[in-house]
Write a protein that binds this ligand. Structure first.
Ligand SMILES: *Cc1c(COP(=O)(O)O)cnc(C)c1O
Length: 365
């Protein structure tokens, strides 16, 4: 099975058994019955063991091409990576333009633990990897949508003895498989396009390295940041439509980027699928799909507010990758983007309706 649609529909499903559902319902358990004589079998206690979670991990693992551990959120997965790998005196390299909570964590907790941070712009140039223990890449970077050449950076970082992890949130494993590109680890938020219904938080870590997997598994069992069984089940159910959702979101983003490119009241337009975009060549070489996220600048906060008020289809909301088109003025969250910077996440509505709505809202704003 090589087609994406087929892979996501079948990912992680058990062997068919007459009378059983395709995707078994969530197993809700804190403790499980133990064999009074033998003690624990596969499932003894819900923090380390849950079959609904294992099925989801198998599904994402098939898509990423590695073993997966699911976490309660993307941040839980990323901090599990950082804290299970880094030790006092180590240095981590983080994207200067990536998810801002990761930088905040590095500047606070990691610094207090004696872990140094070096920031590198996603599009490069990268500083020396000498003395760096872990390089965390984020490509395309959220929210600026720059892309880095994972293969090239991983080769240089490995030559200097560093581990390489890629935050695959924006691309999803259908957009790119960082483990195939030479990364040692993938971390991601499943809250966004991977599950896409804006109804749950989820994170995961993927790797082909047994030692790193063991560290992450032990970290999770001992710190407890697991997702609940119902969220795992919802996530697994949502995975089946990933191919369809991404296809529509990407097509809508192409249409929206085309519209915005033709307007002189919109500046700083970014979409890696546009031939004129600085990320275009790298994205084309490395990615199998371009995400449904477009970013641009409307000048100031008031104009963004007028645009969002005038639009009937674009919900003002943070996060991205969901079924509904949403837009977020990132500066309101205290990250370092310009006051009029907007990250627009295209949903699965009809392109013609979106274009008409965006045109009217921009005219009014
Ligand atoms: C949202 C996001 C995260 C954090 O994920 P949560 O599920 O909100 O904890 C991490 N990295 C990127 C790139 C994100 O977009």
């Amino acid at each position: 099975m090589t087609g994406d649609g087929t892979r996501v529909v079948h990912a992680g499903l058990p062997t068919p058994v007459p009378g059983r559902p395709f995707l078994p319902g969530p197993v809700f358990a804190a403790p499980y019955h133990l064999d009074p004589v033998e003690g624990a079998g596969e499932d003894g206690y819900g923090r380390p063991d849950n079959p609904t979670r294992r099925a989801l991990e198998a599904a994402i693992g098939e898509l990423e091409g590695g073993a997966v551990r699911a976490f309660a959120s993307g941040q839980a997965a990323i901090t599990a990576l950082l804290l299970s790998v880094l030790r006092p005196g180590d240095t981590v390299m983080l994207p200067a333009d990536g998810y801002f909570t990761v930088r905040a964590f590095a500047e606070g907790t990691l610094r207090e633990l004696g872990v140094g941070t070096v920031l590198a712009p996603t599009s490069g140039p990268y500083p020396s990897f000498e003395g760096v223990r872990l390089v965390l890449l984020e490509t395309p970077a959220n929210p600026g949508l720059d892309v880095c050449d994972v293969r090239a950076v991983a080769a240089d970082a490995h030559a200097a003895g560093a581990l390489v992890a890629v935050d695959n949130t924006t691309a999803t494993p259908l957009g790119q498989r960082p483990l195939d590109l030479g990364a040692d680890l993938v971390v991601a938020s499943g809250t966004k396009a991977l599950t896409g219904h804006s109804d749950l938080l989820l994170g995961y870590l993927a790797t082909r390295d047994d030692e790193l997997l063991h560290r992450a598994t032990t970290w999770r069992a001992q710190t407890g940041g697991i997702p609940g069984a119902f969220d795992c089940w919802l996530a697994h159910r949502s995975l089946a439509t990933l191919d369809l959702r991404l296809a529509r979101q990407s097509a809508n983003a192409a249409a929206v980027a085309g519209l915005l490119a033709g307007r002189d009241d919109v500046t700083g337009l970014r979409w890696p699928g546009l031939e004129t975009d600085p990320s275009y060549a790298r994205a084309r070489a490395q990615m199998r799909r371009i995400p449904g996220i477009v970013s641009f600048d409307l000048g100031d906060a008031e104009r963004v507010a007028r645009f969002l008020t005038a639009s009937a289809l674009v919900f003002a909301a943070t996060s991205f990758g969901g079924l509904h088109t949403t837009a977020d003025r990132r500066a309101q969250w205290g990250d370092d983007t310009a006051p009029g910077f907007v990250r627009l996440s295209c949903g699965i509505e009809d392109a013609a309706d979106l274009l008409a709505d965006l045109t009217a809202a921009l005219d009014e704003a």
